[in-house]
Design a protein around this ligand. Sequence first.
Ligand SMILES: Nc1nc2c(ncn2[C@@H]2O[C@H](COP(=O)(O)OP(=O)(O)OP(=O)(O)O)[C@@H](O)[C@H]2O)c(=O)[nH]1
Ligand SMILES: [Mg+2]
Length: 301
Amino acid sequence: MQVEQPFRCGKVALLGRPNVGKSTLMNHLIGAKAAIVTPKPQTTRHRILGIYTDARRQIIFVDTPGIHKGKLRLNRNMVRTAYAAAEEADVLVIMQDASRPLDAGTRMLIERFATGPLRKPRFHVLNKIDRVAKNDLLPRIDLLRRLDPEAKGYIPLSARKGIQTDRLLDAVTPFLPVGEPVYDPDWFTDQSQRRLVSEYIREQVFLAMHQEIPFHTAVDVERFQEEAWGVEIDAVILVGAESHKPMLIGKGGQRLKLIGTRARQELERLLGCRVRLNLWVKVDPDWFDSPAKLMDLGIHG
Ligand SMILES: Nc1nc2c(ncn2[C@@H]2O[C@H](COP(=O)(O)OP(=O)(O)OP(=O)(O)O)[C@@H](O)[C@H]2O)c(=O)[nH]1
Ligand SMILES: [Mg+2]
């Protein structure tokens, strides 16, 4: 690869309320699935790096949990993780869902990043423009300009459809420090294989379950064994209450089987080999409020 000078390398935190499309955008920009995506809010629980490298820059995107109010230790740790990512970043990208009216929570976030101690070079992204009429977009951008006149840019795009996403790469680049790449350009994330595997399984749990149940589940990978024919994985799906267990397993084990099949297919794509996936469901009451269990799952805030 021809390296252009000066090479720039830095961190760009993706921040916003849950479900605005942060993980979708990061995956699209780096061209890989570093973070799981579901239609449910509070999908992302960790700080997840997604690494973009070309001849003149390495942009280390930091995907974060959506900022929300929640009483459980799980929720508080998630929100702390998001603010910590903002603190370590060179540039902030504050995202909102432009297909919905600007809500009080988003306004509060904008104000916090525009005036608080985390003030630094920042861009506002208005996502999901594939669902917005053109005439509605300009007043929305004007409103943002008024709320945060010192931001470096206001970028309407669609992360899912890939509309105008490349604009963001060029917009943030001048605000990154000059320096050598930190990560191997061939790799797209800092997550361990085990963490990726547990996230890919959790994605299928989130997609298959309704209402409150996904928020009270977690996935623990207990064994990751490389074999001559591929990989054998044992994973436990934690549920927070006895009553959730039969719902996850389904009639005659149908739902768990479906989750397992879909997760296995995704994992085979990720790992590029055959996968045998053994899933168990375990009740661990209130794991989402247990400091030790959260530490174990890497959700320590
Ligand atoms: N129509 C449309 N939907 C989108 C777009 N970007 C993301 N979505 C959808 O919005 C939902 C949430 O996307 P995520 O990327 O998981 O959102 P997030 O901000 O990471 O959410 P949390 O991790 O919960 O904070 C998913 O169903 C996405 O497919 C977009 O540009 N247009
Ligand atoms: Mg996310």
